[in-house]
Design a binder for this molecule. Sequence first.
Ligand code: PEP
Ligand code: MN
Length: 264
Amino acid sequence: MNLNELKNDWIQDFANPMIIAGPCSAESESQMLETAKRLKESNAEISAFRAGIWKPRTKPNGFEGVGVIGLNWLKKVKEEFGFKTATEVANAHHVFAALEADVDILWIGARSTVNPFTVQEIAQALRGTNKPVLVKNPVNPDLALWIGALERLLGQGVENIGAIHRGFSTYQKTKYRNIPNWQIALDFKNQFPNIPLFIDPSHICGNRTGLAGVAQEAFNVGYQGAIIESHCDPDNAWSDAAQQITPEVLAEMINNLQVRNSDI
Ligand code: PEP
Ligand code: MN
C-alpha cells in the first residue's frame, strides 16, 4: 500500500477543522487541569488536548519535560473534561508508555522526523496500532524526509496518519521563528491530497501576534486542522512562553477563523 491508497477516515471522528490545543509542556497537575478547565469553559471547539511530556530542548540542563508522571495528568484531563489527549513521542519507550496510558493521538516532533532510525524505531513500536499519528515536518526543508517518515509508519501498518506543518528553521532573521515555506507544504498537499494536513502556527510564529494570520492562511488553502499552544499562564510557561496564548484568547481566535466551505 502507498500513502495515496489510505482512506484517512480517522479524521471524520473529529470536528472540522480539527483543533488540538494545550500547553507546550506539561508542567504540573494544576497547570494541566487549569488549562483544560478554561479551554472547556471557553467553549472553543477543541478536538484534543495537547501537552509535551518529553521535551526536545535545544540546549541541555534546562527543563526537559516532566516525563511519565505527565501521562497521569493527561489521563485526568481526559477523565475530568472529556478531551481526547495528544503528546509527542520521540523513541520507542515513549510510544510504549503513551500507548499504555491510552493517549489518544501521538505526534512525531520536527527533530525526530529528520532521523530515519528514530522514525523507524517509533514506527515499529507502533506496529499494528490504530492510534492517529501526526508527523511534523522535519526542521530542515526536505519534503522527501517528511514523506519518508509517513511511509515508515505505513510500512509498519500504521494507517491513521496525518502531517503537521510547523515551519522550517533558518539562520536568517525573519519575523517567523520557523519560516513557513508554504510551497513545501503545498507540494505535500498536492502529492497527498487525502492525508490530513495540520498547521502549527505556534512554532512557525514564535510569537502571539502572528498566529491567527498563519492559521487563516492554512485554512484558506484547505488544511484540515491546527495544533496550537495554549497555557493558563503563558508568560510564565516553562517552554515556548512567547508563543502561547490563554484559553480565552485561543477561543476567540478559533471563532474568528474562516474555514473553506468546500472542505466541510
Ligand atoms: C512542540 O510541539 O512543543 C514541539 C517541540 O514542536 P516541534 O517539534 O515542532 O519543534
Ligand atoms: Mn512548543
